[in-house]
Design a protein around this ligand. Structure first.
Ligand SMILES: NC(=O)c1ccc[n+]([C@@H]2O[C@H](COP(=O)([O-])OP(=O)(O)OC[C@H]3O[C@@H](n4cnc5c(N)ncnc54)[C@H](OP(=O)(O)O)[C@@H]3O)[C@@H](O)[C@H]2O)c1
Length: 175
């Protein structure tokens, strides 16, 4: 199974990463406060030293952080996850941030030849812990650039309701 990366292991991210481990994926994770990741490490997640190290090791990378400042902190810069994306890589941000921040990060991702999907979550943690395997509610999946086999790499993330809004940044506007 595909190795998946997860940056931001807070209330939402830790539960999402657990779902990926439960589905059998090797998961590489990063959290600013390392000790919070211990329960996931105990369940098999490999803890990376930086967001960049996560995206270097994973085929598909997810992030789930607090706000625009947090997203810029984990995505951009020398140790940011964008710096570790290779051509053709897929990056999915699920944070609730501003459209301008999404577009800024999306441009940096595109410059590396990778694809970004902004897939903010609508709902609460109750939607994650139920066994539906569905928490992509709205995604502005840039279908023209996202590799067609992405859903087969992450079957545990199959969406029950996915709106393809085409332009990066449209997903966050919809939520
Ligand atoms: N909770 C919900 O029910 C819910 C529902 C829908 C949408 N959302 C959205 O989901 C996102 C995450 O929510 P959450 O409830 O998981 O929040 P949370 O429990 O507060 O977790 C926030 C995560 O962001 C990281 N972070 C914050 N600031 C950072 C920075 N400057 N640099 C690096 N990492 C930083 C935190 O790292 P540390 O552990 O080091 O602090 C933590 O991993 C938010 O955008 C929220 O609006 C939440």
């Amino acid at each position: 199974m595909a190795t998946l990366g997860f940056v931001g292991l807070g209330t939402m991210g830790s539960r999402m990463a657990q779902r990926l481990l439960d589905a059998g994926h090797p998961v590489v994770g990063y959290n600013r406060t390392r000790e919070k990741a211990k329960p996931l490490v105990d369940r098999g997640m490999r803890l990376a030293e930086s967001p960049r190290a996560v995206s270097t090791a994973a085929e598909v990378v997810f992030s789930m952080v607090t706000d625009p400042e947090a997203l810029r902190a984990v995505a951009l810069g020398a140790d940011g996850l964008v710096a570790g994306l290779g051509p053709g890589a897929v990056y999915v941000d699920m944070s609730t941030v501003s459209p301008s921040t999404t577009r800024e990060v999306g441009a940096a991702v595109e410059a590396r030849g990778a694809a970004m999907l902004d897939a903010p979550v609508s709902g609460s943690i109750a939607r994650i812990v139920v066994p539906l395997g569905a928490f992509f509610e709205i995604s502005s999946a840039a279908a023209k650039v996202a590799p067609a086999d992405t859903p087969t790499k992450i079957p545990s993330f199959c969406a029950s309701c996915l709106l393809a809004c085409i332009a990066c940044g449209a997903g966050i506007v919809m939520t």
